[in-house]
Write a protein of this length. Structure first.
Length: 416
């Protein structure tokens, strides 16, 4: 029998909407020794991670901790812990990930009320508020930044409206936290989920989430139902109403993240070291500085794309700063271009889904990948590939336009 080949991991420049490159400090942290999950040295790291999450998620909530699993594990944990069969859930959807919220809600037995807007746009808050009045949902669940279309939905007015109409506001902020402003408390978000492999710039595999007392009340009520079932008291009453998942039961998980440290699953200790170090890096950089870095690199990328004569997809008024969607020029196979970028330049950009498949490329500027060097290399490589495929674009303009932006930003900084 042949021995297994040595692990082969080529160096890449990753300009996709995740997973993205991570700071070497995160990888180093993840290679530290294993600790037992009840070791005081480890529970101290858990507590510090919760504190770091509160700051990055801009919340005073007691509960802010990661679910072990990718972002959708966090979404599923949140929804299946809140939604009971028959609960009405309003899902305003402006891309693929609105569909994910609907699918999970439906699997939890929720009654899904979806409203849609054309891909490439987002909702006017009034449209959503009107739908809240009409459907009177228990929960409004929606995406903040949808990576499939590269759009961002302003949330503040919707958050206020949810509170006013006494429904819970649940937000998938997977693509935005750590890259652009997300104000959990100020925007009155009751439950928020994010992921590690996007703007937090930590390997995939954890889904930080936070929730407030309004959600905790539901968890406690459903937990008491569960306990009633165990003791046989409320059997018939409420079999329907128990939280259907063990792994994703937030009422149990919060007991593990509380000083009680009740055993649940075995914590992914090395993954938590990575998250901790990623949060530390974000707070060292400063939230506002980090958002500014994301804006600057986005601006340079967009300037370069436009200087090439390519067209951006979607309504510019709601462009997601961490993802740039570019229309694939007529007569060009988008996958050929992506393959050449990867093989010849070791650069990865993304394709798209559903109605946009084959129509746009998506270029991420997220976390550690969101650097001047990466933006300039991506523009240079994309230009070279398109020229090689005989696309008629002006040669040499893209990188110059991006460099102009960086110079302009420097100038603005000095003159302020
Ligand atoms: C990437 C992404 C997800 C899903 O993330 P996984 O980590 O692959 O489960 C969910 N929502 C949004 C908005 C995303 O961008």
């Amino acid at each position: 029998m042949q021995p297994l080949k040595a692990l082969h991991v080529p160096a890449r420049t990753i300009m996709t909407p995740g997973p993205v490159e991570v700071d070497p400090r995160v990888l180093q942290a993840m290679s530290r020794s294993i600790l037992g999950q009840f070791d005081p040295a480890f529970t101290a790291i858990m507590n510090d991670t919760m504190e770091g999450l509160r700051r990055v998620l801009q919340t005073q909530n007691q509960w802010a901790y990661p679910i072990d699993g990718t972002s959708r594990a966090g979404i599923e944990a949140m929804l299946c812990s809140i939604i009971e069969p028959g609960d009405r859930v309003l899902i305003p959807s402006f891309g693929r990930f609105g569909g994910l919220l609907a699918e999970i809600t439906e699997r939890c037995g929720g009654e899904v009320h979806m409203i849609h807007t054309e891909w490439g746009t987002v909702f006017a808050p009034d449209t959503i508020i009107a739908a809240i009045k009409e459907t009177e949902p228990k929960v409004v669940a929606m995406v903040h930044g949808d990576t499939s279309t590269g759009r961002i939905q302003p949330l503040q007015e919707i958050g206020y409206a949810c509170r006013e109409h006494d429904c819970l506001f649940i937000v998938d902020a997977v693509a935005t936290v750590g890259g652009t402003d997300v104000k959990t408390d100020d925007w009155m978000i009751d439950g928020l989920i994010t992921g590690t492999q996007k703007c937090l710039s930590v390997p995939s595999g954890m889904a930080p989430l936070t929730y407030n007392h309004r959600i905790e009340e539901i968890l406690m009520e459903r937990k008491s139902i569960e306990q009633g079932l165990v003791t046989g008291e409320q059997e018939e009453l409420n079999h329907q109403r128990r939280i259907r998942s063990n792994y994703f039961d937030l009422s149990q998980l919060q007991e593990y993240w509380s000083p009680a440290r009740l055993n649940h699953h075995t914590e992914a200790t090395a993954a938590l070291y990575g998250l901790y170090e990623g949060l530390r890096l974000i707070l060292e950089e400063g939230l506002e500085q980090r958002f500014e870095r994301h804006r600057t690199n986005e601006r340079a990328l967009v300037a370069g794309i436009e200087a090439m004569g390519l067209t951006l997809f979607g309504d510019p008024g709601c462009k997601l700063p961490t993802v740039t969607c570019v229309e694939i020029p007529e007569g060009i196979n988008g996958e050929t271009v992506r393959a050449m970028l990867l093989e010849d330049f070791a650069i990865e950009v993304a394709s798209s889904f559903g109605p946009l498949h084959g129509k746009i490329w998506r270029i991420g500027t997220m976390g550690y990948s969101c650097q001047k060097k990466n933006v300039l290399q991506t523009l240079a490589a994309l230009e070279a590939v398109l020229l090689r495929l005989q696309v008629k674009i002006p040669a040499g303009e893209a990188v110059q336009a991006a460099l102009d932006v960086y110079k302009q930003v420097e100038y603005e900084k000095v003159s302020h």
